[in-house]
Ligand binder design. Structure first.
Ligand SMILES: Nc1nc2c(ncn2[C@@H]2O[C@H](COP(=O)(O)OP(=O)(O)OP(=O)(O)O)[C@@H](O)[C@H]2O)c(=O)[nH]1
Length: 303
């Protein structure tokens, strides 16, 4: 029975090893030798520290990522034998991953078992990348590649909470392209799409990286300018009008100025995002009513 078991362990694809109470390896099968990149004739008899030093110095076997090996060994010594059973993941210099378990007996000897999990790890990493891509897709407007309404709402809620806590002021710009239907009707939907992308680039030039900028609807955009009161937000809006007037949008042989109406509203302490959006939208509506291609600042709320 004993011999059968030893034969099984020897030929197993999983790595097996036994460290005695002095932390010397007294048994190792070839699979474990392969993980440490040390032939078992040489491996058996080596201390745990010596094995780790070998891997670290030779850049072979287990990946030991540290600039301070002594500290690494100290930390490992603290963890080994701290509990009767522990499990952890480790990778090798050749890119394989293993699920390692250390089972410690009453005397302090350790049975080490290493099961390869490279495929599972690769799947997990692929899944993480896919998840990130999905999250990005769910938060991004496909045409303009800026945030969409959903993502804006989520982020803006957070910004407003922070602004409330810090007593800071922020302002919102709600922008809507003027006579966009006409542009679509005269030049086609592709021209409209390109105009939306063009406008996005123009607006971006006047924002800081921490301002929130999103496509809120078809031809409607929203900006949340952090730490900026209404007067300064109006200046940003004016700069956008100027930028658009000075840089016409070109489609085929046609050059046309894209004009926008902008509603500006300063966030009031404790005001909800919904109310701030509503006030910006009302100001935008007034800008449209006043003849378009202009900005209107929302009246402060009287409390
Ligand atoms: N090309 C293109 N057009 C869009 C998109 N989303 C919305 N639109 C168009 O935007 C136009 C909006 O029209 P209206 O709401 O009448 O607004 P407008 O013509 O800009 O008029 P005012 O806002 O009153 O100045 C419609 O023709 C929509 O089809 C899009 O993604 N691409």
């Amino acid at each position: 029975m004993h011999k059968v078991l030893v034969d099984f362990l020897y030929s197993s694809g999983d790595g097996y090893g036994i460290f005695n109470t002095d932390d010397q390896l007294v048994y190792a099968n070839p699979a474990l030798g392969d993980i440490f990149s040390i032939p078992i004739e040489q491996l058996v008899g080596m201390g745990f520290d010596a094995i780790i030093r070998y891997c670290h110095q030779q850049h072979k076997g287990l990946k030991i990522e540290t600039d301070d090996l002594e500290n690494w060994l100290l930390y490992a010594a603290q963890r080994r034998r701290s509990v009767p059973f522990r499990i952890f993941e480790a990778d090798t210099m050749d890119g394989r991953w293993f699920l390692m378990s250390e089972q410690c007996n009453a005397e302090g000897a350790i049975l080490l078992h290493a099961k390869e999990i490279t495929v599972q790890k690769q799947l997990q990493q692929a899944l993480q990348v896919a998840e990130q891509q999905l999250r990005h897709l769910a938060n991004t407007d496909e045409l303009t590649k800026i945030a969409n309404r959903r993502s804006f709402t989520e982020q803006a809620e957070r910004v407003l909470l922070h602004q409330d806590r810090t007593d800071a002021t922020c302002s919102m710009l709600m922008l809507d392209i003027d006579h966009f239907k006409q542009l679509n009707d005269e030049h086609g939907h592709l021209a409209g799409d390109l105009a939306l992308q063009f406008l996005t680039r123009q607006i971006k030039q006047h924002l800081r990286e921490y301002d929130l900028f999103a496509r809120y609807g078809g031809e409607e955009f929203v900006v949340l300018l952090t730490d900026i009161p209404a007067e300064e937000a109006l200046q940003v809006a004016e700069r956008i009008h100027r930028q658009l007037a000075e840089n016409p949008f070109q489609f085929k042989a046609h050059k046309m100025a894209i004009e926008v109406s902008i509603g500006v509203a300063e966030h009031k302490q404790s005001e909800s995002l919904a109310v701030l959006l509503q006030r910006s939208d009302q100001a935008l509506y007034q800008a449209k009513a006043q003849g378009r291609n202009c900005s209107v600042v929302a009246k402060p709320i009287v409390v």
